[in-house]
Design a binder for this molecule. Structure first.
Ligand code: TYD
Ligand code: MG
Length: 452
């Protein structure tokens, strides 16, 4: 008797399953995303079968044996920080990012640096030779790093049983496929079941698994959102391809803070950790220039000093131009309106261009004051001085509002040798003995009188 082929329709955007084709997905409201995929629930080949296939019984929470889960420390300080203090055995980490941003490089580098742990790097995208070429470029070797070019999860599990690695890296999840399901690699049901198999494997053996995931045009992880729900940690590798700096950001972390940040620099010899990002984000100047203001911001849980540059010139056309790179254009317009109202600037007749240096994007409201000061500095052509920085939010009536974690910002500015920081007078400081001089202002007009 002919075997009945089972199929279903899946939304390629969110993973919703439907027995028939739909034009518009009822879950995510996207049009034309349904694709028929063959699902075959009959087990053909064995997938990951754990040793302990006993059925679980409920246990009393106070009796659960909790020996402080020992994390694997990596030589990469930035990665440790982002993961919340090392790799958790049995966890599954998804690393997403644009093509060519350096995901494969980051994880290959990790594989080569972990000299004491056995690492298996499974690649479905490149050949062994290409990986070797990259390893040569990073100029690292390890006696404990194995490369496997394979895309079938069943074959991968066979090799894993022989090799018994401590860490498994899969580059990328979109290229893997399982024989349990008949649809093509990269489709929703393949991604879901491959991740499911790897998840089961990770939890049962205590192996740490890293998955590389591609990103779609609009910046979300390719494949369905469900991938993010299944894994323990989601990291995003981002940065401007024309700049050398790369930011590794935690989006979700079951074992640590989700607002951590790691900074790397991509060079000829691979990725280098940047332990003091503030230093590189501020350009080296010999003399003060107008239009430049330094802001003490927070990126996640990390204080970061960044440089804001602006250029104000007379508008040639009727409508003045506003352009912001790395900063929210709407927020810039709002700040300019506040300036116009409170400080009497005729900014309606001026073009304003704003730029955050280093190719990074900022959405911390504490940069408001620095943005305003840099615009004013360019407009008046008065430099602000090289030893002053700013951290305050601006309200619509021109008042300086307190921002979070002000002491960490002050300490970072102090560490980098700044002499003065301007903050809101409403900021509460528990510690008083800072070396840096702290200027507390209540209104934008006070700051104006101070510098211009
Ligand atoms: P890659 O890791 O292949 O990116 P992904 O896996 O995210 O697609 O990174 C590739 C980019 O990094 C590529 O454009 C070349 C560059 N690169 C360097 O600049 N220096 C290096 O040492 C290496 C290995 C790569
Ligand atoms: Mg790659």
């Amino acid at each position: 008797m002919a075997k009945k082929v089972q199929s279903a329709f899946f939304c390629q955007n969110c993973g919703t399953q439907s027995p028939k084709w739909l034009g518009k997905c009822p879950q995510c409201n996207e049009w034309n995303t349904y694709v028929e995929e063959v699902i075959n629930r009959e087990e053909k080949t064995k997938s990951w079968t754990g040793k302990n296939s006993k059925t679980n019984t409920p246990s009393l929470i106070s009796e659960i044996d909790f020996t402080n889960e020992k994390r694997i420390d990596t030589p990469d300080k930035e990665l440790n920080r982002v993961l919340g203090g090392g790799i958790v055995p049995g966890s599954i980490v998804l690393l997403g990012g644009d093509p060519g941003i350096g995901k494969s490089t980051l994880l290959l580098q990790l594989a080569l640096q972990m000299k004491t742990k056995k690492v298996l790097y499974v690649t479905g995208e490149e050949s062994e030779k290409q990986i070797k070429m990259r390893a040569n470029r990073i100029s690292q070797t390890s006696e404990n790093c194995f490369i496997l070019c394979e895309t079938s999860t069943q074959n991968i599990f066979q090799q894993i049983e022989k090799l018994q690695p401590n860490i498994l890296i899969a580059d990328s999840i979109q290229t893997l496929h399982t024989a349990m399901i008949d649809s093509t690699p990269g489709s929703v049901s393949q991604i879901r079941s491959c991740t499911g198999e790897l998840l089961k494997f990770a939890k049962e053996t205590g192996t740490a698994v890293f998955l590389i995931g591609h990103i779609t045009k609009d910046g979300s992880l390719a494949g369905p959102k469900i991938l993010e729900h299944m894994v323990d940690t989601v990291l995003q590798f981002e940065g401007d391809r024309n700049h050398v700096y790369r930011i590794l950001r935690t989006i979700k972390n079951r074992f640590g803070s989700a607002s951590e940040l790691g900074v790397y620099q991509m060079g000829q010899g691979g990725l280098r950790q940047v332990s003091n990002p503030s230093e590189i984000l501020i350009s080296q100047r010999d003399e003060p220039t107008s239009g430049v203001a330094i802001s003490a911001t927070m990126e996640g849980a990390r204080p970061l000093l960044i440089e804001i540059q602006s250029l104000v010139s007379s508008a040639v056309y009727g409508t003045p131009q506003r352009s912001a790179t790395g900063y929210d254009g709407k927020r810039l317009n709002m700040l300019l309106a506040v300036l116009e109202k409170r400080c009497g600037f005729r900014l309606g007749a001026k073009d304003v261009f704003l730029n955050i240096t280093g190719g990074i994007k900022i959405d911390d409201t504490a940069t408001d004051l620095a943005v305003i000061c840099s615009v004013l500095s360019s407009d008046k052509n008065v430099p602000l001085g090289m030893e002053v920085c700013f951290a305050a939010e601006i309200g619509l009536s021109g008042e300086l509002r307190a921002v979070t974690r002000i002491e960490e910002r002050i300490l970072e500015a102090e560490k980098l040798g700044y002499k003065q920081i301007v903050i809101s007078k409403h900021s509460k400081l528990s510690k008083k003995d800072f070396k840096i001089s702290i200027k507390q202002c209540g209104k934008i007009e006070e700051v104006f009188r101070l510098f211009f």
